[in-house]
Design a protein. Structure first.
Length: 353
């Protein structure tokens, strides 16, 4: 069956792109190598902001800021349409030392980002969170309600090209053809593209997480210290994360990471000392240089696009990235300069033809 679009990857990036396309009347097929939404989109914490935004490039914070503006109505709409609550909540993020107070103050002033300063901490009161397993569940349901087709356990084995256009995808469950193709395969994007990846620099970085359960939320805010965060959910669950490990496509968990995260978390929340983790898991983030994703058309193949490489902020950037991608597909003026997101291919448009 020919579709307007074939999307490779049913994580939050692929599902959001599919939803946006379906809402404008396109036909969409998503092929997913495993189960929809069960890779890094499921594994992460769902903080809807960079951990310390002043530490990131403007290309990152522009996308996360746009995503933050879009999230509340997007989550509310998903809840209303599907009955699945993504649990969007403005919980604020408390940052404990070490941090650069003057840099934080300067960045927040320049970006109109609310900052409340305490004697021994900083608070970003407008930072929100979403429960990402519920977000991807709602997205999947809405995509299917809108007529999108999701084919799981269907790995892409090759991309067939004629001239400057993709003709079809060869997969473990047959051939798929479409007018246009979008790669949203996360950490696997470079492998999926094969010889067409050009100089794309996306690789897996493992992150391990722990889950605890309290009768009620043990913290008022997300708490961040030196790269480690504690995220309180409204039902009393508490997430602790996360490691940054360059170990290829190894998704195993390690006792060393479990013990390190647990011990560090206890120093912030002593109640965890006698509370073993309920769960311990890992995910593979699609790492890219400076956390900047690649979004837009392939420099050489006219009907091939990408929306990948969001590193730690795929969930945060999801609605903004989908909107920017659709603007390019529809030749609509962008909200800001999006040329940095085309730079991930490493070559100029048309180079190498």
């Amino acid at each position: 069956m020919n579709s307007d679009f074939s999307i490779i990857g049913a994580g939050v990036a692929g599902l959001a792109a599919a939803q946006f396309l379906l809402l404008q009347g396109a036909t969409v097929t998503i092929v997913e190598r495993a189960a929809a939404g069960r890779e890094s989109s499921w594994a992460g914490g769902g903080i809807l902001a960079p951990l310390c935004p002043w530490d990131y490039a403007d290309e990152v914070t522009r996308l996360t800021s746009l995503g933050a503006v879009m999230y509340s109505p997007w989550a509310a709409s998903l809840h209303a349409e599907t009955g699945v609550d993504p649990e969007y909540e403005v919980s604020g993020m408390q940052i404990l030392p070490p941090y650069d107070r003057s840099l934080a103050r300067l960045w927040c002033d320049e970006h109109q980002f609310r900052l409340e300063e305490g004697s021994d901490s900083l608070l970003l009161p407008d930072v929100a969170q979403v429960r990402n397993p519920r977000l991807v569940q709602a997205l999947r349901k809405h995509v299917e309600m809108l007529g999108g087709r999701i084919v799981e356990h269907c790995g892409v084995q090759g991309i067939s090209v004629e001239g400057d256009r993709v003709k079809s995808l060869s997969t473990s469950c047959g051939e798929f053809s479409a007018d246009r193709y979008i790669v949203c395969a996360g950490a696997w994007s470079k492998q999926v593209l094969g010889q067409h990846a050009l100089q794309l620099d996306i690789k897996p970085i493992r992150g391990q997480m722990l889950l605890f359960k309290f009768d009620s939320p043990p913290l008022r805010h997300i708490v961040l210290q030196d790269g480690m965060y504690l995220i309180p959910r409204r039902d009393g669950h508490l997430l602790v994360g996360s490691t940054l490990e360059d170990v290829g496509f190894d998704k195993s968990t390690t006792p060393e990471a479990r013990n390190s995260l647990w011990q560090r978390a206890q120093s912030l929340l002593p109640a965890l000392r006698d509370m073993p983790p309920l769960q311990h898991w890992s995910g593979l983030r699609p790492a890219s240089p400076r956390n900047i994703p690649t979004i837009g058309r392939h420099p050489q193949l006219q009907n091939l696009y990408i929306n990948s490489g969001h590193f730690r902020y795929g969930v945060t950037m999801a609605p903004a990235s989908a909107a920017i991608l659709l603007n390019e597909l529809n030749c609509v003026v962008q909200p800001f300069d999006v040329s940095p997101y085309a730079a991930g291919w490493g070559v100029a448009e048309g180079e190498g033809k």
